[in-house]
Design a protein around this ligand. Sequence first.
Ligand SMILES: NC(=O)c1ccc[n+]([C@@H]2O[C@H](COP(=O)([O-])OP(=O)(O)OC[C@H]3O[C@@H](n4cnc5c(N)ncnc54)[C@H](O)[C@@H]3O)[C@@H](O)[C@H]2O)c1
Length: 160
Amino acid sequence: MHGAIRAESSMTCVSKVKTKMAAAAAKTGGGRLAGTVALVTGGGNGIGRAACQRFAREGAAVAVVDISQPAARETLESLPAVPHGLHRGYATDVSSSAAVNKLVTDVCSDFPSPPNVVVTSAGILRYAPFLEVDEQHFDDVIGVNLKPLRVRPMGDLIQA
Ligand SMILES: NC(=O)c1ccc[n+]([C@@H]2O[C@H](COP(=O)([O-])OP(=O)(O)OC[C@H]3O[C@@H](n4cnc5c(N)ncnc54)[C@H](O)[C@@H]3O)[C@@H](O)[C@H]2O)c1
C-alpha cells in the first residue's frame, strides 16, 4: 500500500518537472543549466564527483548522493554556489529500494523542482574470473550498479 502511494507521488513529482524547470530558469541567470536540478549517485568520488562539479559550474543545483557521508560532504564543499539554489548531500545506499524511494521523495521536497538530470554513477567493481563469481558477489555488484534503475521513482525520473 505504501509502495503504491509512493509511486503515485513520484509520478506527480515527475509531471511537474517541465513547468517548474521553465519557471525556475526564468528566475535565475548564468550557466546553461541555471534553474535545473541534477541528482548524481556516486557523487562522492571519481566520475560522480566530476559530474557534480560540472553540473554546478553550469548553474544546476546538485543533489550529491553517496553511501559515504564524508565523501558526499567533501564533494558538496567543493561545489561553486549557484544563484537561487542550494546543493545538498544525501548519504544513501542505492542498492536498497527503500533507501532510493526515500531519496527521491526527499530530493523532490528539498529542491524547488524535481531533478531534471539523473546521473547514476554509483558503482562497484570486484574482479574475479567469471566462473568464480559466487551469488553474493553477483548480487552485490548488480545491486549497486543496476538495481537502482528499476526502483520505480528513480526510473520515472529517468524516463521523464
Ligand atoms: N573510472 C573509470 O575509468 C570507469 C570506466 C568504466 C566504467 N566505470 C564505472 O563507472 C562507475 C563510477 O566509476 P568511478 O571510477 O567514478 O568509481 P569510484 O569508485 O571512484 O566512485 C564510485 C562512488 O560510488 C559510491 N558507491 C559505492 N557503492 C554505493 C552504494 N551502494 N550507494 C551509493 N553510493 C555508492 C562510492 O562510495 C564512490 O564514491 C562505476 O560503476 C565504474 O565501474 C568507471
